[in-house]
Each structure stands twice: as structure tokens, then as C-alpha cells.
Design a protein around this ligand. Structure first.
Ligand code: BGC
Length: 423
């Protein structure tokens, strides 16, 4: 949080005029446009975003697109910090969990209580999501979806060719990748970027230690859990997985790794269900052309993240457009149209599943069941688990290890130290 406090001071010192302008300007004519900063630039993501853009444009609101390429939002958050520091934040921003809370703490986000009350958001958004949509009892974000990270995506025709069933245990999972490699395929398609490595790591950790251990180690940052053999075993399994990557994985975008599975070069990809958006966008059918299943050993566990839109405090003439955008995001019909394309599930509990394909329907059911069973936990790699600086410290160790720079033993030790220093 320290760096955000510093940022707040910088914002106030560097751009007092901009903030004053933001509070003044009552006389200006209403602006019928909204600038939206987001990182939805892959084929599936852009198709889903198009649904929102079209809906808003149908309401007479011009969409000013500010896409920042880079999965997981790392680059988008960097751009946002510099825009805010210059006193020029976009009106609406795609944002994840802990970042929302950090920006709310700075007092730079608009209060959405009025529209939330009028539309009854409190009654339809589940508590796990609300924890990141509300701050101090006030609505500060509109959740558009719920994604989940502990998924594996598989090429069905390679599975058929090799006589593979959907693996349910770690050993079966490894055996499937051995079979794929023996037949000349890449076992595991992956993009070597820190957030992607972290996405794989958290699923492997949940598989190795179970949901309760995941919560203790990754969310509560419990020292005994962090020092336990389960962390070492998780790093050893990561080392095992690194053996199934192709030599060009470094720096590859996640959607290009999805394309390797789609095009039949690779058997599996471990990635959140936004990857399903790529398969669907390529015209593939679940259960026929591809499979999506929970990381073996994590059946019944759901590691979630929710994309939300926050509205920055901007001049009053922009507010009507912001409200329309928030309302459009929360519209139940929109949540169906968007999420069936995006690969996620609705952030509202009152949306029927009839229009979702089989994996989406399973995801909606599993989300409810995990919520009831206490096995629904925030994704660390996607900023829903622990403070951003702790997550970044974890990702540094995970990435160095996955790239073979440190041994599993050394990584397990470094993990404890990194968390201790960052918190
Ligand atoms: C977001 C998804 C997005 C993915 C890859 C995640 O953090 O929640 O909406 O598709 O990153 O860019």
C-alpha cells in the first residue's frame, strides 16, 4: 500500500489543476462518451468487449477505446498509474480485486451507490465478489463476470488419437503429457510471463495442498503453511511441468499458447477460463473439439477472479455516461451475452444458465457449490488473494524457478523470505 500513498501525494502535487477541474466545470454540457481502459485485446476478449460497446452505443454513448495489450492487466495497471498521476484518469477502467481496494483507499473512485440501490445490486451480487465491489459500505465497482483459474484446456482430437480420458489425478495428468510428448506433440502449451506462471502455480498448489491449505498459505500468509513441505512439493511439481513446455515458451502471450492447443500442436494449456473464449471464438465446440476440466486434484475447488469496472471521479458532465456504463455492465441480459462469449460466468446470481455451453453451466454450478462448501478462494495471480506487493514478490520467485534459475529447494525457501519482506 505504501506505494499507493506515495502515488496519491504525487497526484495531488503534480496535477492539482486537473483535480480542481474535476470538481468544477458544472456549467459544461453533458458529454455522451466514455473512455474505457481495459486489457481485452485477444480475439475472444475483443469479441466479448464488442458486446458491451454495442450495447452502450445503442444507448447513444460513444465508446472511446483505450486498450492496453498484456494479459492479466499488468501493463494496463502501469498505464493507469501514470494517467492518474498526470491527473487524467480514464472515466472507466477494467480492474481486478486488490487493485480496486487500493484505488478506493486513495479516494479517487466514484461512488456508485445511487445506481446500485436503484437496480438492487446488493441482492444479486454474491458476497465473495462484493468484497471487491464495495469499500467502506459504498459501491465502487460494477462486476461484469466471474472467471476461474484452476482449469486445463485440452485438444480433443489428440486425446482421441492417444486414447486419453480426462485425467482426474496428478499421475494421470503427467502420464497424458508423457503420451503426447512421445507422439511428437507439446505436452503443455504455456506463455512464460510472470502472471501466467503464477496462474499455473496457484492451481498446482491447490491441487497439492487442497483448498484449505491454499487459503492458509496464499491468502492468510500463514507462516507454518508457507514453510511446509507442501510448498516444496508444489515447486517440485512445477519443475516437473516445466519439462513439458516447448523451447519457445518464454514471453509468449497466453492466447498464442491457447492457439497451440486449438491448432493441434499441444495437448494441454493450464489457464483461466478466458482461454475458453479463444476456443469458442475459433468456432470449436466443448466436448467435441476441446475439453475443459479442473486441474487434476482441484475438483470442487474454485479459484476465482472477477473483472469489474470502476469509475474514476471525473468532471460532472461525464457522470451520466459513467452511470449508463455501470448500468449496462450489470444488466442481466448483457451478462449472458457477454459471458457466453468471454468464457466466464455472470457476476449475478439471478441469471439463468440455459444459454451457456456445457462447461459454462458446470462452472456456474461449481461456483455455487464451492461458495457453499467454503472452497471458493480468490486467485492470487489475478489479484484476488493477497496485497499486490505480496503477489508480485511471490511471482518473482515462481517465475525464476519455472525458468530453471533456482532449484525447488531454494525456491521454497525464497518464497517464505519474499512474502516476509513484502507484507
Ligand atoms: C482477466 C481476464 C482476462 C485475462 C487475460 C484476467 O486477469 O480477469 O478477463 O481475459 O486476465 O488477459
Amino acid at each position: 500500500m505504501r506505494k499507493f500513498v506515495v502515488l496519491a501525494l504525487v497526484v495531488l502535487m503534480a496535477a492539482p489543476g486537473a483535480l480542481l477541474f474535476a470538481r468544477g466545470g458544472q456549467e459544461a454540457a453533458q458529454v455522451d462518451s466514455v473512455e474505457v481502459l481495459h486489457w481485452w485485446t485477444s480475439g475472444g476478449e475483443a469479441a466479448a468487449l464488442g458486446v458491451l460497446k454495442d450495447n452502450l452505443e445503442a444507448e447513444g454513448i460513444e465508446w472511446i477505446d483505450s486498450p492496453i495489450a498484456g494479459g492479466g492487466g499488468t501493463q494496463a495497471m502501469t498505464v493507469l498509474r501514470s494517467r492518474a498521476t498526470a491527473g487524467d484518469p480514464p472515466a472507466a477502467v477494467q480492474m481486478l480485486g486488490m487493485d480496486i481496494i487500493d484505488w478506493a483507499e486513495l479516494g479517487l473512485l466514484a461512488n456508485m451507490n445511487e445506481i446500485a440501490r436503484a437496480e438492487g445490486w446488493d441482492e444479486v451480487v454474491p458476497d465473495a465478489i462484493k468484497g471487491f465491489s464495495k469499500y467502506d459500505g459504498n459501491w465502487i465497482a460494477a462486476p461484469v463476470n466471474v472467471h476461474s483459474t484452476n482449469w486445463v484446456w485440452a485438444n480433443r482430437s489428440i486425446m482421441d488419437e492417444l486414447g486419453l480420458d480426462i485425467p482426474t489425478t496428478w499421475d494421470e495428468y503427467i502420464a497424458a503429457m508423457d503420451a503426447a510428448e512421445a507422439a511428437g506433440y507439446v505436452g503443455l502449451a504455456h506463455g512464460g510471463q510472470a502472471w501466467q506462471d503464477g496462474t499455473v502455480f496457484e492451481a498446482v498448489l491447490a491441487s497439492t495442498g487442497g483448498p484449505e491449505f491454499y487459503k492458509r498459505a496464499m491468502i492468510d500468509l500463514d507462516d507454518a503453511a508457507l514453510r511446509s513441505d507442501t510448498i516444496l512439493k508444489t515447486f517440485q511439481r512445477m519443475e516437473q511441468l516445466a519439462g513439458y513446455l516447448d523451447p519457445n515458451f518464454s514471453g509468449r502471450d497466453w492466447n498464442l499458447a491457447s492457439a497451440m492447443v486449438i491448432e493441434g500442436q499441444a495437448l494441454f494449456q493450464m489457464m483461466g477460463d478466458w482461454a475458453k473464449g479463444e476456443f469458442l471464438n475459433a468456432g470449436l465446440e466443448p466436448g467435441v473439439d476441446f475439453e475443459g476440466f479442473r486441474t487434476p486434484g482441484t475438483q470442487g475447488t474454485v479459484l476465482f477472479n472477477s473483472d469489474q469496472f470502476v469509475m474514476f471521479q471525473v468532471a460532472p458532465q461525464y457522470r451520466a455516461a459513467q452511470n449508463l456504463m455501470a448500468s449496462a455492465v450489470m444488466d442481466p441480459e448483457f451478462q449472458i451475452a457477454f459471458n457466453t462469449v468471454k468464457g466466464s460466468v455472470p457476476a449475478r446470481t439471478d441469471v439463468p444458465d440455459a444459454q451457456f455451453e456445457s462447461i459454462g453451466q458446470a462452472a456456474m454450478r461449481e461456483l455455487r457449490e464451492a461458495n457453499d462448501a467454503g472452497t471458493l478462494h480468490g486467485s492470487v495471480a489475478h489479484r484476488h488473494g493477497n496485497p499486490v506487493q505480496v503477489m508480485e514478490a511471490m511471482l518473482d520467485v515462481i517465475t525464476a524457478h519455472f525458468n530453471g534459475q533456482v532449484s525447488s529447494q531454494a525456491a521454497a525457501r525464497a518464497f517464505v523470505d519474499a512474502v516476509a519482506q513484502a507484507r
